[in-house]
Design a binder for this molecule. Structure first.
Ligand code: SAM
Ligand code: SF4
Length: 329
């Protein structure tokens, strides 16, 4: 079975948010006081998340990324991961995390065969990190990151380039990671920050980021990337790791988008920039068979916007007041 959208794109990748809660307050993601986190009974339970995931795998999803909020604030996360790791047809499970709480779970993740971990780290300088995240977790994140790398996880670092905040760390993070087999991916900032900031252009777009890197490291080569990759990837001569740039604001990758998002409350999102297309929570609660969930997913995928710019038109105003902690990135 394959899920094909109304523009002929195959959807095989689910980004599943398991919570909207987070223990950090990154200033590009939410205001300092946080957002209105949803009530517990509005969040899918672990068995509901498991059920939705399995139905989607049955429909043709073979890759799931667990995200949030911070996935590891959910106490029962490992129960879900263990179940997913035993799901036939699911070839790739990965987790996106701020790496503050992952430490005690590293051995179990390894034992389950979950090796792809994306760590969000927007600075290698303590003060800058604390200013951006509004929390004092630098040492924990740093130690967990080093542990993940040395234990052989396939680690990717997500670094959002924020005007006036962390551009001075772009080159240093490449220097620090030069001896490690890690991919550092620089992301354009998107306007999903819980309404704390609105913008229609950004200074640090992918061209500016690449130009900046080229001034210090002119000797980089472009790498072949999978067709559905959102990052354009490069290798600097002499560096063990690679770097990538994700044009998340410029949206140059929509033509090959293979993603579906399900939020922690069960909303089905077919494009990050659009509105939710269905909600699965009441459906899974009311129906024990998988049919109604399948119907809702198939209908949503049959009505996908062609590009993120088209999807954005679904909103009445140009101001986004939602936060990435609800959508999952
Ligand atoms: N808490 C986890 C973390 O930070 O890795 C997972 C959830 S977080 C919402 C997922 C990804 O979205 C992170 O890599 C984060 O940096 C990114 N993100 C959050 N807000 C963003 C924004 N306004 N623009 C671009 N990326 C953003
Ligand atoms: Fe939390 Fe991740 Fe948002 Fe930062 S980006 S506040 S770590 S959900």
């Amino acid at each position: 079975m394959a899920l094909i959208d109304n523009h002929g794109r195959q959807i095989n990748y689910l980004r599943l948010a398991v919570t909207d809660r987070c223990n950090l307050r990154c200033n590009y993601c939410m205001p300092s006081e946080g957002i209105d986190f949803v009530k517990n009974d509005k969040l899918l339970s672990i068995s509901e998340l498991e059920k939705v995931s399995k139905i989607l795998v049955g429909l043709g999803i073979d890759k799931i990324r667990i995200t949030g909020g911070e996935p590891f604030v959910r106490k029962d996360l490992m129960v879900l991961l263990r179940s997913l790791s035993q799901t036939e047809g699911l070839n790739d499970i990965s987790v996106t995390t701020n790496a503050t709480l992952i430490g005690p779970h590293i051995d179990s993740l390894k034992e389950m065969g979950i090796k792809n971990i994306n760590v969000s780290l927007d600075s290698i300088n303590r003060e800058t990190f604390e200013r951006i995240t509004r929390r004092k977790q630098f040492d924990t994140v740093h130690n967990n990151l080093i542990r993940l790398i040395t234990e052989g996880f396939n680690v990717r670092i997500n670094f959002i380039v924020l005007d006036g905040q962390n551009e001075q760390d772009i080159i240093p993070i490449l220097d620090v990671m030069k001896h490690h087999n890690v991919s550092v991916r620089f992301l354009e900032e998107m306007p999903f920050n819980g309404g704390s900031k609105n913008f229609s252009t950004i200074k640090w777009n992918y061209k500016a980021i690449l130009e900046h890197i080229g001034k210090t490291y002119p000797d980089f080569e472009k790498l072949e990337s999978p067709k559905t990759s959102t990052s354009i990837n490069y290798r600097i001569k002499g560096h063990q790791g690679t770097f990538g740039i994700i044009p998340s604001f410029s949206r140059t990758f929509c033509g090959s988008c293979n993603r579906l998002r399900v939020t922690a409350t069960g909303d089905v999102i077919t494009c990050l920039y659009g509105k939710p297309k269905a909600n699965l929570r009441e459906i899974v609660r009311e129906h024990s068979s998988s049919e109604k969930v399948e119907e809702a997913i198939i209908t949503a995928i049959g009505n996908r916007a062609k590009t993120g710019f088209d999807a954005q038109k679904e909103h009445d105003s140009t101001v986004f007041d939602n936060s990435m902690t609800s959508i999952g990135g």
